[in-house]
Ligand binder design. Structure first.
Ligand SMILES: Nc1nc2c(ncn2[C@@H]2O[C@H](COP(=O)(O)OP(=O)(O)O)[C@@H](O)[C@H]2O)c(=O)[nH]1
Ligand SMILES: [Mg+2]
Length: 462
């Protein structure tokens, strides 16, 4: 790997005109490099860590560029663990470029994510924390922000580290049993080992299951498609969720031919809504194409809202033709419910109306106050999504989930080997594989390829 203390710099604020711009330089000699261009020079050179100095930035030729504030962080007490200066200039992009050009005489341009990579290499944070820095920057929705913040704070890492320690402890017990096979050790007996491994497996499986559901939905959003016969009120509900008229609403059936996609926020979760052409037999070629797309979207969605308007005959054939897999992720919605009653507070036993069968379709209306409240609640309930952030370790990252799944397979093998009395060597071997999978998440073992693939997704300056 290249010299990791060589000074690197970048503009770390978005391009364009703004109140201020910030240029960051990190690495050996950073403070001295900036001081060449800064007056009063001595003040910057002698500045203690975590202080701000006011002065003027000059070019190499001595021309004043701007009045700036320099924030100084001295190694190891900085984001990267190295000497860092952050120069705040007035927010004219030409000023920031001139400052950067002068710094580039002695430093090189930072690659995407390189400041954070250095933080990892210098032990300021581990890999899951670094990955979460990027998640935090790009988080959409309050839940995604909380999940990323939890991970930046190291809560997931600590949890995984604890799991890793417990696996190692169990493996040591197996190794003891191998080494002292001829003696009766009270410390290790198959029943105790089995219990320990079962417990590790259970913890890992719970973490994985929640990662696959809540974690995935928080990170990627929840894909929901609105389906139903033409005129069932799909576009109206779509617009009502969006709070503006995105889709054309029209009493003529077959108005929406392609599908529309928009994201909304529900209790901190991102819902990706699809308004579709609906389902019905049609001789119109364009509409048929739209219906085909609806079927594809249904496959791809996490949830289907199937509208059964209270003023239309239910088309049982269409519904019964749905595969069990699709039906499992369908909520049945009694749309246009205002035609029955517009006072939703009088609807009896709304908990029962969870939408999981047509008999308990969720009443919904876009023409009534609170007409979508039952529906919103049913969506959160369907995914068992808490309305407030739950402060426990959560895996949201696909790389982490894949490694966790490998750890689970190894733990399952370990358990099996105890049950089969295959010999403690086999159990120990499987426990080592499980540890390696968790170490991969934590970045205890990394490769350049892995680091590159992670940090290439960062922005320059992070
Ligand atoms: N009474 C009532 N009419 C509705 C409601 N939602 C939609 N409609 C009407 O039903 C017709 C079809 O609505 P639209 O949203 O275009 O249905 P789509 O074809 O499924 O997208 C329009 O005339 C709407 O005004 C509702 O909640 N209550
Ligand atoms: Mg429509």
């Amino acid at each position: 790997m290249a010299d990791i203390s060589e000074p690197i710099c970048a503009i770390i604020t978005p391009p364009g005109y703004a109140a201020i711009n910030v240029i960051r330089i990190s690495g050996k000699g950073s403070i001295g490099i900036v001081a060449q261009y800064f007056k009063p020079r001595k003040k910057l050179l002698n500045c203690p860590s975590h202080r701000v100095v006011f002065g003027t930035f000059h070019t190499k030729e001595g021309k004043a560029v701007d009045q700036v504030l320099c924030t100084v962080f001295r190694a190891p007490y900085s984001y990267t663990g190295e000497d860092v200066v952050e120069i705040s200039s007035h927010g004219n992009p030409q000023i920031a470029s001139q400052i950067l050009e002068n710094l580039l005489l002695d430093a090189r341009m930072a690659n995407p994510g390189e400041f954070t990579l250095r933080a990892v290499l210098n032990g300021k944070m581990d890999l899951p924390q670094a990955e979460a820095v990027n998640d935090l920057v790009f988080a959409s929705g309050a839940m995604a922000e909380s999940a990323a913040l939890m991970q930046v704070q190291g809560i997931l890492s600590q949890h995984l580290q604890k799991l890793l320690n417990d696996i190692s402890d169990t493996r040591l017990r197996c190794e003891l049993a191998i080494d002292f096979a001829d003696q009766d050790l009270p410390l290790v007996n198959p029943e105790d080992l089995k219990n320990r491994i079962s417990h590790l497996l259970k913890q890992s499986e719970e973490l994985y299951a929640e990662g696959l559901s809540r974690g995935k939905y928080i990170r990627e959003g929840i894909k929901i498609s609105l389906v139903g016969a033409p005129n069932s009120g799909k576009s109206s509900i779509f617009n009502a969720f969006l709070k503006y008229n995105r889709a054309i609403v029209n009493p003529h059936p077959g108005t929406t031919r392609d599908y529309l996609e928009e994201s909304i926020n529900l209790q901190g979760y991102t819902l990706i809504l699809y308004d579709t052409a609906g389902l019905r037999m049609s001789s119109d070629e364009v509409e048929q194409e739209g219906i085909e797309r609806t079927r594809e979207l249904m496959q791809d969605s996490d949830l289907i809202l199937y509208l059964l308007p209270v003023d239309q005959e239910i088309e049982w054939n269409e519904m019964e033709a749905l595969s069990p897999e699709i039906k499992n992720k369908t909520l049945w919605v009694a749309s246009k419910y205002d035609l029955i009653t517009s006072d939703f507070s009088t609807i009896e036993n709304p908990e029962n109306l969870d939408g999981h069968s047509t008999d308990y379709a969720i009443p919904a209306s876009v023409y009534t106050d609170k007409g979508l409240e039952f529906l919103q609640q049913a969506i959160l309930n369907h995914f068992a999504l808490p309305q407030k952030w739950v402060d426990r370790p959560l895996v949201t990252n696909a790389r982490h989930l894949a490694a966790l799944s490998r750890a689970i397979s190894s733990l399952q093998n370990a358990l099996q080997s105890i049950e089969d009395q295959a010999g403690y060597e086999f159990t120990a071997f499987d426990l080592i594989s499980a540890s390696q999978a968790l170490e991969e998440i934590l970045g205890i073992v990394t490769t350049d390829d892995l680091l590159n693939s992670i940090f290439n997704n960062f922005c320059i300056g992070k």
